[in-house]
Design a protein around this ligand. Sequence first.
Ligand code: C5P
Length: 257
Amino acid sequence: MSSSPLHPAPPAQKLGVIVVAAGSGQRLGYGLPKAQVPLGGRTILEHALQGVIESGVAERICVAVPAGDTALRRICARFSGPVPVSAVDGGASRSESVRLALAALGGDSGSILVHDAARALAPPEVFRRVARALSGGARAVVPAVAVVDTIKTAAPSGPDQQGIAAEKVSGTPDRALLRAVQTPQGFDAATLAEAHRKAAGLEPENITDDAMLLEASGEDVFLVQGSALSLKITTPLDLIVAEALLAGRQPKRIMEG
Ligand code: C5P
């Protein structure tokens, strides 16, 4: 979506923001819920909340935290101010955590952003880009970046291949058409709630983002530019990269996201 002096981009509207932070973080190997893991002297959740608040698009924030957690709830209370930050017990899967936070936010927001705490360094400008596209009339918006790897699809290789390889290549999608999508993802609130209601019977591990639920209902999902800084902190290597970015060793050009 572009703007010009004659057709300026609409101002970003204020939104309800869900931050999902109820993951266990097992793959980080810290023995702590991921959102509590330290990164550059603060926790992952603190970085994520700072990005949301700095963007200026949030009118209220609801954070899904692991059931029984107290440390992350304290962080939410500390960040709560002109933009209220509440916490709710998350569920066993990401999509359940989103559903629970949606219910806790209630029906007051016209539009909702859903953001992974694990994308702790997502730049405020990406939030504003998504919010502007929603203000412009889109009902579903996701930030995305081009894919640099060649991606293959895989299928079981069959019994006669056992001992050689468990899988074989079943296809190579055209890389020029592929995008890696990130969060924050933005939605018309009623459309998102309806998509989650319809998804109640699906296997939660197959729901890897919210946009796919709207795609399934035939909704147009629009793409805006994401950022390399919005990396999802999942493995110990990701944490090293995030630490380096925070330490200011990043090339200037990747800060432009
Ligand atoms: O597990 P995954 O890396 O897909 O998690 C993405 C985001 O969803 C993380 O921010 C994580 O905290 C959150 N999540 C959640 N509830 C779960 C599982 C993941 O809020 N049960």
